[in-house]
Design a protein around this ligand. Structure first.
Ligand SMILES: [Zn+2]
Ligand SMILES: [Zn+2]
Length: 375
């Protein structure tokens, strides 16, 4: 079982093995030291104390589960300087280290073992580095921009890193100082009956440092809410209702944690002529009966300007003709649906011509209908 003491102990040094030592190496080192230090054989005054230490180190490192827990605790410890380090230290995110996919089921579980707390999000502010919140907003695009992709500027009021202190919360020219309550360790010990538990220091929220001269612009929080202009690159082929995720463009993290994401929900305005079918653009093309019957070359609009399209002779109404490469760039086509129009009114000349046509043309094939109606 993990214990608070594990924080201070270096079991690898105790056994004299590297951190990536195999189980075999650990056994070998332990047997050798145990022989050397056994109080029955070794008269040195510190032999017994060292023997105990070596035995404890072995019992932890030899057990795969305990070793994994110990390694995580050590990682957490070594990472702490970076969490609140405000530059210099590496930016380690606890959620990355102990994410829910981790070997012991996540940071919450580890804290649960280590500090006698339950897991869950309620302790988020006490963890030190925390990822910033995701922000959400909407944009509306024209039809052609959605098909072809575009870069657009988005104005929104949102929290962002304070430009005066670059997110440290400390007044420029000053730096955060060591927390006096926990002496920079980020942990305080609390006694509960016979047990004592270490828990993240409430004064510095586990970071080990406190801001003594807060930045005047953000009041020491490191973040300010302001009107922001955010450049959004919209990929070609975005659909109405789709959400684009801009990684790291959300609210800034706390104590050196990474920023959240910006989620932009895209609305696409309807077009008077065109519509979308996945990556294809669709268009309805009215043609006259003679054009459909005889064939024609017809100028049709596309998002890249007009193109002359061949309607083959004998094209029925409803047939879909494809103009390659005139949809979402690299992915889609323009699908043109032929719509044969019937004139609502006829001039005397047109009527005369049609009567001639009817006399010359074969009648419509209704043989199947006649079979069914029994005539
Ligand atoms: Zn500031
Ligand atoms: Zn503290």
């Amino acid at each position: 079982m993990a214990s608070q003491e594990w924080l201070e102990k270096d079991f690898y040094a105790e056994l004299g093995v590297p951190q990536d030592a195999s189980k075999k190496d650990i056994e070998r080192a332990y047997r050798k030291l145990a022989r050397e230090l056994h109080p029955d054989h070794n008269p040195a005054p510190d032999a017994e104390e060292r023997f105990k230490g070596v035995s404890e180190a072995y019992s932890v490192l030899h057990d795969d589960k305990q070793r994994a827990e110990y390694d995580q605790i050590q990682l957490m410890k070594s990472g702490r300087g970076g969490f609140g380090g405000f530059g210099g230290g590496s930016n380690i995110n606890l959620d990355d280290l102990f994410g829910s996919g981790g070997p012991t089921g996540g940071f919450g579980d580890l804290f649960g073992d280590l500090f006698g707390r339950g897991s869950g999000g309620a302790h988020r502010r006490r963890r030190g580095a925390a990822r910033g919140n995701d922000l959400r907003t909407d944009i509306t695009l024209g039809f052609a921009d959605a098909v072809k992709g575009t870069t657009t500027e988005l104005r929104m009021r949102a929290p962002g890193e304070c430009q005066t202190c670059h997110g440290t919360g400390a007044e420029p020219g000053t730096s955060p100082s060591r927390c006096l309550r926990c002496n920079g360790s980020g942990l305080v010990t609390e006694n509960q009956g016979a047990f004592s538990f270490a828990q993240p220091c409430p004064d510095c929220e586990g970071t080990g440092t406190v801001v003594t001269d807060p930045c005047p612009d953000c009041g020491g929080t490191g973040a300010v809410t302001a009107e922001r202009v955010i450049t959004v690159r919209v990929p070609a082929g975005v659909a109405d209702g789709q959400t684009i995720r801009l990684a790291g463009r959300g609210a800034p993290g706390e104590h050196g944690g990474p920023a959240g994401d910006l989620l932009v929900r895209v609305g696409v305005r309807a077009h008077p002529l065109f519509a979308r079918d996945g990556d294809n653009v669709t268009l309805r093309l009215p043609v006259s009966f003679p054009e459909a019957a005889v064939g024609a070359r017809i100028k049709v609009p596309t998002l890249d300007g007009p193109v002359t399209m061949k309607v083959p002779a004998g094209t029925p109404t409803g047939r879909v003709l494809r103009l390659k490469g005139r949809g979402v760039p690299g992915k889609g086509d323009l699908l043109v649906t032929v719509d044969v129009e019937v004139p609502a009114e006829l001039s005397p000349e047109a009527l005369e011509a049609l009567e001639k046509y009817a006399a010359a043309a074969p009648p419509a094939d209704r043989s199947k209908l006649e079979q069914l109606t029994g005539q």
